[in-house]
Design a protein around this ligand. Structure first.
Ligand code: P6P
Length: 340
């Protein structure tokens, strides 16, 4: 009897995107909706593999190495192949950039795929945080979407563009539930997979990040290498003046999980550049840009420390960038230390 009455007005991800396309008023071709449907299917499939990974012995090293020189776990490879195949088959893409492949995939470069060339470019990390899989920590898929430049059939120039030119970005987090968080430029909405329906249902409408938070999320194991502004900022929130209470430290080491918490609770997530890694660790096209896009759409801010992340002009598809993102006031505080 305490069962809530089932909603008679189920808002699925597909319906939500269609509604937004209509409110956009443009002659929505439905192409972006179809592309997002393909992405939804990959998320469901990856979720089911992540869930049963240990049972079907999918964890553990696959032996291969990805372009980052990191050991690839079998799930990485499988998730990458799932996404490449589904995005190509959607017929809506012309360029694909994935963390797991050195070169971009230009769909039209293969004559047998010429009929599948579409108007969108997707940059993605199919299974970010995968080093945590064996420990059962949340992992995720991160994606960003550009529309090809006018008249382009798909070249590298279509993805080596500032993140502000993305038309959509999102992530799917595989944890105790499967959450897909998405923006198509009209705010941020969160969906939860109802496995009994196989549908992502709107559960977090209009996610808005608090103006200021009380949590900081940095890997302080790198403190020895941090630049002075980073150290001084951290000092200011750990030993605050005028007897304010210190911030809490929360660091999961899986970007999707750390950013998801930051969007919902506020605060600051940072992976700074330091004396060991000038540009930090996170990659521009499929980690920094999509997460910065979502953070700004949720009312927050995202900076390299000195400039807006979404204004950066990438020169390489696996280029890295220092990342600070989160609540507007916390980012302002951080930037004040870089301005000194
Ligand atoms: P570190 C995972 O490998 C990842 O790319 C992100 O998901 C995460 O934020 C970061 O690296 C963690 O890196 O050096 O703190 O372990």
């Amino acid at each position: 009897q305490d069962q809530k009455m089932p909603s008679a007005d189920l808002i699925t991800l597909t319906r939500h995107v269609l509604d937004q396309q209509y409110t956009l008023g443009d002659n929505a071709s439905g192409d972006l909706t179809l592309l997002l449907t393909a992405i939804q299917v990959t998320s469901k499939y990856i979720a089911s593999n992540v869930r049963k990974a240990r049972l079907i012995n999918l964890v553990g090293l696959a032996g291969a190495e990805n372009v980052q020189g990191e050991e690839q776990k079998k799930l990485d490879i499988l998730s990458d192949e799932i996404m490449v195949n589904a995005l190509r088959a959607s017929g809506k893409c012309s360029v694909l950039v994935t963390e797991e492949r050195e070169d971009a995939i230009i769909i039209g470069s293969n004559p047998s795929h010429a009929h599948l060339v579409g108007n969108y470019c997707v940059t993605f990390d199919p299974l970010d945080g995968s080093s945590n899989i064996d420990a059962g920590v949340n992992v995720g898929t991160i994606f960003g979407i550009y529309k090809v430049k006018e008249g382009s059939k798909g070249t590298l120039e279509d993805v080596l563009r500032p993140g502000r030119e993305m038309v959509a970005a999102g992530y799917t987090m595989y944890g105790s539930s499967c959450n897909l968080v998405l923006s198509t430029g009209q705010g941020v909405n969160g969906f939860t997979l109802d496995e009994s329906l196989g549908e992502f249902i709107l559960t977090h409408p209009e996610i808005t990040i608090p103006k200021r938070g009380k949590i900081y999320s940095f890997n302080e194991g790198n403190s020895k290498y941090f630049h002075k502004p980073t150290l001084e900022y951290l000092e200011s929130i750990k030993y605050p003046k005028d007897n304010k209470s210190p911030y809490s430290a929360r660091y999961i080491g899986s970007m999707v999980a750390d950013v998801h918490r930051t969007l919902l609770y506020g605060g600051i997530f940072g992976y700074p550049g330091d004396t060991k890694s000038k540009d930090g660790k996170l990659r521009i096209l499929y980690e920094a840009f999509p997460m910065a896009y979502l953070t700004e759409q949720a009312g927050g801010a995202a900076t390299t420390g000195t400039e807006r992340i979404l204004d950066v002009q990438p020169t390489g598809i696996h280029q890295r960038l220092p990342v600070f993102l989160g609540s507007e006031d916390d980012i302002k505080d951080l930037m004040s230390f870089y301005k000194k």
